[in-house]
Design a protein around this ligand. Structure first.
Ligand SMILES: Cc1cc2nc3c(=O)[nH]c(=O)nc-3n(C[C@H](O)[C@H](O)[C@H](O)COP(=O)(O)O)c2cc1C
Length: 379
């Protein structure tokens, strides 16, 4: 397709989503809309025609977007972030939409109902371009999900995001480590990489793996898993002090973790970048624009701290190609997103990729790899 047709397709898709589809979806309460969208998506991608239509509507590819990270080949660097597909149900949809990869989960060792108040755990802050999330890691549990996915063939790299079951406010180190290991073991032959989520801001026992001793014990237990062929990444919280960031990063380096996912959601008390009147619930944490600046600052810092030697997956408030490019040139090898897809529609994936091709060209780069960290020279 030539440039003009892509531009026309992007504009029509945007207008349709913004003025027809989104107003309908936003009539539902947010958690209900999330579930309905998944049901609709499942129906849509269960046949070749549906998948083909998605491809015609949204797919975009260009050779300058191809990238290899930790030995895994990606057609493009834009991936779905953890939390949208908490049961790993829509893996047939993501390649047709044009995602380069998708991170599923978070999956926990045991089945987890999440926080109480089903139907009141997700809130849209439209003006603030953010979602307040109070899910608390609801999912069917690693055993059931792995059983369903074990014979599935994936056409793009799939990340398995593992978290600790959120079922008690009592923290026991060994039980928690075993919980992660259970998920990793269940998924040992499923997916391309693991993400260890130590940063869910909505759990009953807080974020105990921010403490060096706890993280050290967890990563020591994971050392065995790391030798088992898949890259392991650690997902960090947004709301950390510089000392906490350095401690986590240095501990990850000591354990030869392959990379870091930066970042998870931010607590409203930590980010000032939202309209206060839109915050109608006193729990949870924010996605989207309020986390954008925090994420970019952390990417810049961690890229320097690690001398660009480990993988960075940048996530938080990526709404367009410029946002993605800012993270890449700050040091991110790959990008993830959720909120922009909900606010702007699925065409945003192809539009970001298309914009990235133009931005790479403008700066004289022939690949994503060349652009990584280019505006954050190592000191
Ligand atoms: C509805 C929702 C659910 C989420 N659940 C998870 C989760 O289970 N595990 C996780 O690691 N991150 C979770 N996240 C955080 C995202 O993966 C991501 O780090 C964050 O939303 C920032 O990206 P965004 O601004 O593109 O949404 C969730 C985010 C949203 C919006």
């Amino acid at each position: 397709m030539n440039k003009l047709i892509y531009e026309l397709r992007g504009t029509v898709n945007y207008l349709l989503y913004r003025w027809v589809v989104r107003p309908i979806i936003f009539l539902w309460e947010a958690e209900k809309a999330h579930n309905k969208l998944k049901q609709f998506g499942l129906l849509f991608v269960s046949n070749k025609f549906g998948r083909g239509l998605l491809k015609v509507l949204f797919y975009y590819q260009h050779s300058s977007l191809n990238t290899t990270v930790d030995g895994i080949k990606y057609d493009n660097p834009i991936g779905l972030s953890a939390g949208f597909d908490k049961e790993g149900e829509l893996t047939d949809a993501y390649p047709s939409i044009g995602f380069g990869f998708a991170e599923l989960g978070s999956f926990t060792g045991d089945r987890c109902p999440g926080n109480p108040g089903v139907g009141r755990r997700l809130f849209r802050l439209i003006k603030s371009k953010s979602i307040l999330v109070w899910y608390g890691l609801n999912n069917q549990g690693a055993v059931a999900i792995a059983k369903r996915l074990k014979s599935k063939k994936f056409s793009i790299p799939i990340g398995i995001n593992a978290a600790k079951t959120n079922d008690s406010n009592y923290f026991d180190l060994q039980t928690s480590i075993d919980d992660y290991l259970k998920t990793l073991d269940e998924f040992k032959n499923i997916g391309s990489y693991y993400t260890i989520n130590i940063s869910c801001p909505n759990t009953q026992d807080g974020e105990p793996f921010v403490e060096r001793e706890n993280l050290d014990a967890l990563l020591s237990a994971l050392d065995k898993v790391k030798q088992a062929h898949k890259p392991v990444y650690v997902k960090m919280a947004a709301d950390l002090t510089t000392d906490e960031i350095n401690t986590i990063v240095d501990t990850c380096l000591e354990h030869k973790v392959n990379g870091l996912v930066l970042t998870n959601l931010t607590k409203p008390s930590m980010s000032g970048e939202y309209f206060k009147e839109e915050l109608t619930f006193d729990k949870g944490a924010l996605s989207g624009l309020p986390v954008q600046r925090i994420s970019i600052n952390m990417i810049r810092h961690v890229y320097q701290r690690t001398h660009g030697k480990i993988t960075i997956i940048g996530v938080g408030g990526v709404f367009n190609a410029q946002d993605a490019y800012e993270k890449i040139t700050a040091g991110a090898n790959l990008i993830e997103m959720i909120t922009s897809m909900i606010f702007e529609g699925p065409q945003v994936v192809g539009e970001i990729n298309r914009g990235l091709v133009a931005l790479l060209k403008k700066d004289g780069f022939s690949s994503i790899e060349e652009a990584v960290g280019s505006r954050n020279p190592l000191k």
